[in-house]
Ligand binder design. Structure first.
Ligand code: PLP
Length: 389
């Protein structure tokens, strides 16, 4: 059937609660159509309380929040910054903005996230060469927390600050503590495809209230305290608009529901695809609770089809599915960057890239739409099997 006959199923589409409009109307009625304003202040306080940190700064994107984190840690030209390789390009672009050099670290199989073993070897090498990284950026892929105990301990023992890219893991927990709160800084994204959205936006969080004051200063053009406009360092125009913060406040109120809905989508996929040979779902590390932002899985050798087959069939059915992120050490823009594999023999991220796929996972996905995705997977991978409709 031609694709156009069926309505499109998106990978992860915005899901409004209805209350966003009230907050936005409030912004209009009070004429707070500006960057900053009461919604921004309230959104920051509410998010800080939700994840239990001292301070939060609302900014124009998750990328901007990461850039500020690196600036605050003093990352500059010639410095090294370690970063997970299996992630979206935005995790590492701010390293280049600062003229620093990324060093990429492999994933490990239990979380698909940063391998403590790769991190340890990279830190040992860096120490030996007398050049420790200025920061380590750890990513929580598709909502799953990395092995924070091991990673935090390693960073502490080498005295290297940790930045947690929790753009995809807002609402997730690691041993009862909110994802995004394990590093010196954490960042969240409210891009349109994330678990909650402001249409575009981000948040920087930290328990270092003084640094967060500096973050706000840098994000508003670094204006010195003078009645005239005076500037002693380079700033940015990174603050969030008061209108968009209104959307964010309403979205934050329903975040726990959104997490439950995405987890329910995952559970249904897992249940109904359990019998398909060769499907292995992204694991959930014991003691963690993933928001299951995207349901991700790999197709192992015994699968009766490849990721390419499945992506092709999904496209035909007007279903948006995606391969797992292309590892950053393979991206042309980072050509030449160093890369540490999980072990001497195991390159986990490249394998996940070759075999991984993300299924539509929106919290507003209808049951019939979930059925369409499931049937498409069954048709591709369980051809000729009994019980396949
Ligand atoms: C979305 C995303 C970002 C960037 O967030 P924006 O708000 O789009 O700038 C950073 N890191 C990861 C892992 C992401 O998925």
């Amino acid at each position: 059937m031609p694709a156009s006959d069926k309505p499109k199923i998106y990978l992860s589409s915005p899901h409004m609660s209805g209350k966003e409009r009230d907050y936005v109307t409030e912004a209009f009625d009070s004429n707070w159509i500006a960057p900053l304003g009461p919604h921004v202040d309230a959104f920051e306080k509410e998010l800080a309380a939700f994840v239990d940190v001292e301070a939060a700064a609302a900014v124009s994107s998750g990328t901007a929040a990461l850039h500020l984190a690196l600036r605050l840690l003093g990352v500059t030209k010639g410095d090294q910054v370690f970063c997970s390789t299996l992630t979206f390009v935005a995790s590492a672009n701010p390293i280049l903005y600062q003229g620093a050099e990324p060093v990429f670290l492999d994933s490990e199989p239990g979380t698909w996230n940063l391998s403590p073993s790769a991190l340890e070897r990279a830190l040992q090498d860096a120490k030996r060469s007398g050049r420790l990284p200025k920061a380590v950026i750890v990513v929580n892929l598709y909502g799953q927390s990395a092995r924070m105990d091991e990673i935090v301990a390693l960073c502490r023992s080498y005295g290297v600050p940790l930045v947690e890219d929790a753009a995809e893991s807002l609402g997730s927990e690691y041993r009862g503590k909110a994802s995004g709160t394990f590093g010196t800084f954490g960042i969240y994204s409210f891009n349109g495809n994330k678990i909650i959205t402001t249409s575009g936006g981000g948040m920087l969080v930290s328990n270092d209230a003084e640094a967060m004051g500096k973050a706000r200063f840098l994000a508003t053009q670094a204006r010195d305290p003078a009645p005239h406009y005076q500037h002693s360092e380079t700033g940015y125009n990174y603050r969030m608009s008061n209108v968009l913060a209104g959307i964010g406040r309403a979205q934050l109120e329903v975040l726990p529901e959104r997490v439950n809905a995405r987890r329910a989508v995952f559970e249904r996929y897992r249940r109904e695809l359990a019998s398909v040979p060769g499907i292995r779902f992204m694991p959930e590390l014991e003691g963690t609770r993933s928001n299951r932002w995207l349901t991700a899985l790999t197709l192992e050798e015994e699968a009766e089809g490849t990721v390419q087959d499945l992506l092709g069939m999904m496209a035909e059915e007007n279903i948006e599915a995606r391969p797992v992120w292309k590892p950053l050490h393979l991206q042309p823009v980072f050509r030449g960057a160093r890369y540490y594999t999980h072990t001497e023999k195991e390159n986990v991220a490249e394998r996940l890239f070759e075999r991984g796929i993300c299924l539509p996972s929106g919290s507003n996905m209808s049951e019939p739409d979930q059925t369409r995705v499931i049937e498409c997977v069954l048709r591709t991978l369980a051809r000729g099997r009994a019980g396949v409709r």
